[in-house]
Write a new protein. Sequence first.
Length: 383
Amino acid sequence: MKSPADLASRLARQWQNADLREQRLLYPGSWPVTLPVGKPSGGDVRNRLEQVRAHLEQWRHVDTGRVHWQPVRFQSAAEPISVPVSWELNSPSEWVEATNDPEVRREYQILGRLVPELDPRFHSLVIRRRSLVMDRPETEVIRCGQLALQLTPDCAEGKPLRALSLAGIDSKFFERNRQLITHMLDVLFEGRASQTGLEAFLGAEDEGHHWLLVADLDGSLLPFSQLRVRARDLQSSPLPGQRLLLVENERCLHQLPNAPGTLAVLGSGLNLSWLGAGWLVGKSIAYWGDLDTWGLYMLARARELQPKLTQLLMDRSTFDQFEESSAVHEPEPAPAEIPEALTPAEAALYSHLNDAERGRLEQEFLPAETAQQAINAWAESSR
């Protein structure tokens, strides 16, 4: 036999289950929910009659949902005894009330106010990841939803996040609500905001969080062979040398050759706004990234800021040469729309990679001699 308190405790535990919470709050077909109460045994009626009477009395006082009763014959009783056999709940509000749990009731009330104010695409997020919203002012959550709908990839155009004036937000809004905004953008853009980082996804200046690796391929341009610099510092702090090689991934450092008058900047990813710095005028610039849709997407972004840059090893012939040995599936391709800054040949490759079963050739898996030959040829031609 289960008492109302026993089943209330079970219902409260079920509230903690994200799958059940989402199913019961969002899908009317999930109802009714019926929980078995359990019948007393003949021994209970014979030896524990007072406890059985107390059990029946407790269930008679349950006024949430519907308690189903059934007459049951027992050898020790002259007449059939009507006992509760199941508890039927028909709505989320009855579920919450039946838990008799103040915290569950509080969370349900908050969700009840938030969900009608948010785009339906965010409903599952706030219900499943309720920790993102429960201790945050409700007005902030609603404004996050409004803001996310106005954000698109690269919309910051190199400005810091605090400088974006959208949805009536203040300068500290992104700082206070970074995680929630990122998850909302993930809903809208298939996880890309988390994959690339919020600043990189929005094309915003990374205010001190993104450190780049600068490698001296000449051997005499810097006091050290390698330095760490912040991306934002490259906006105003010139680097020496006549040539600059931009490499998407730091893991490719070992593939780079010695090259006179050349520095390499590794690890920018989508954080490329510093390429608009005035001190880059007159330098020979090359870009080498992964041979996948995101690599070409970043190449296009870099070319928008430096139209004369040279692309290295990001062509169809390189992909075809190493596809069989090294190409893999790209889990989350870049948007299908082809970036405008790609050349016709690059645009055709972009479409090919977007459609390919194995459309990703990571630059670190190219032979070092292949990378070195391409970099040396560029350095020689740009003297």
